[in-house]
Design a protein around this ligand. Structure first.
Ligand SMILES: NC(=O)c1ccc[n+]([C@@H]2O[C@H](COP(=O)([O-])OP(=O)(O)OC[C@H]3O[C@@H](n4cnc5c(N)ncnc54)[C@H](OP(=O)(O)O)[C@@H]3O)[C@@H](O)[C@H]2O)c1
Length: 285
């Protein structure tokens, strides 16, 4: 199953890979991280989500982008995989601090281009709006980067509908990346997921299986376990199937530190789940 990225003309496997756990505090060895990325691609994954700030702190800045470049160079598939990176956060002392000033966006883009080893970033996402900088200024800087060819397409993350519409007035926004799973389904209930479909914006779901800690509770949920037995699938695949069932414009990006996790998740793209069961998954909370 393939999904379009906005109106870019790029289509990718319906399950993307979120690379954050490979750079988090509980990160695996570099050898294992490279293996996870390679096996994700082997399993069909064509969208890898990263960020310049996926690292431990500012001394480690760019760790995740560096890993992805290394992995893709080693397997020689750079052209077949869309790498979506993000800008707009810094990590002093390990904290997450927004930085949306145009001069930061411009400088950070140069560094991401270098780390990723590309002349153009295929999908450049704003990680989160900076409350101290007008969103229009930040998005305007991203549009300027697009006009100079350093960025092919623009995405947003952690925006509400009003902010998305404001961003859309400044530049063509192809994707919105927000938290979404059956326990955090505000964007479904508010209509934002549906609104994205109408706007031609791909909705990328982060924490699709509950996040680095929450995923364990999701996996052991009795309803999911029962459905997993019936569908001969994993509880994780059922959560991902629920997201895929929200619309053809939804792409979940499950993370993994183990090869088995992303291999399992990728199979969700082929799982057919009855509407009544999808509804049951959506009502788990
Ligand atoms: N835009 C934002 O602000 C934002 C915020 C958070 C995350 N994100 C993005 O969203 C991605 C996903 O979020 P996340 O990685 O934090 O959380 P997640 O995908 O909900 O959960 C990741 C954890 O779930 C486990 N898992 C996933 N699929 C599994 C499967 N099929 N079988 C068994 N275990 C499975 C993995 O365990 P193992 O480690 O054991 O493999 C992994 O560490 C991130 O990687 C990042 O790219 C974006």
């Amino acid at each position: 199953m393939k999904r379009q990225i906005g109106r870019t003309g790029i289509s990718v496997h319906a399950i993307g890979f979120g690379a954050w756990p490979l750079s988090n505090v509980n990160r695996p060895s570099e050898e294992q991280a490279l293996e996870v990325i390679a096996r994700a691609v082997e399993a069909g994954v064509e969208l890898i989500d990263t960020a310049d700030s996926y690292c431990l702190d500012d001394n480690d800045f760019g760790h995740n982008e560096g890993l992805i470049r290394k992995a893709l160079d080693a397997i020689g598939v750079s052209d077949e995989v869309t790498v979506a990176t993000k800008v707009g956060n810094v990590r002093p002392g390990g904290a997450w601090v927004t930085r949306g000033r145009p001069e930061h966006i411009r400088a950070a883009c140069e560094r991401s281009l270098e780390r990723l080893g590309v002349e153009t970033i295929t999908l450049y996402q704003l990680h989160a709006p900076d409350p101290n900088v007008p969103l229009e200024d930040t998005v305007g800087a991203m549009r300027d980067l697009q006009e100079t060819g350093k960025v092919a397409h623009i995405g947003m993350s952690n925006l509400d509908l009003d902010q998305l519409e404001r961003a859309q007035r400044e530049a063509r926004i192809e994707t919105l990346q927000n938290q979404c799973n059956p326990w955090v389904r505000g964007d479904v209930d508010s209509g934002l997921v549906e609104r994205c479909r109408v706007m031609g914006v791909t909705y990328i779901a982060w924490y699709p299986v509950g996040g680095e800690i929450g995923h364990r509770a999701c996996a052991s949920h009795p309803v999911l376990r029962e459905l997993a037995t019936r569908y001969e699938a994993s509880p994780y695949q059922l959560l991902l199937a629920w997201l895929l069932g929200l619309g053809d414009h939804v792409i979940p990006i499950p993370g993994a530190t183990r090869v088995a996790s992303i291999q399992d998740s990728a199979k969700a793209a082929g799982l057919q789940v009855e509407p009544a069961d999808l509804e049951a998954i959506g009502s788990l909370a």
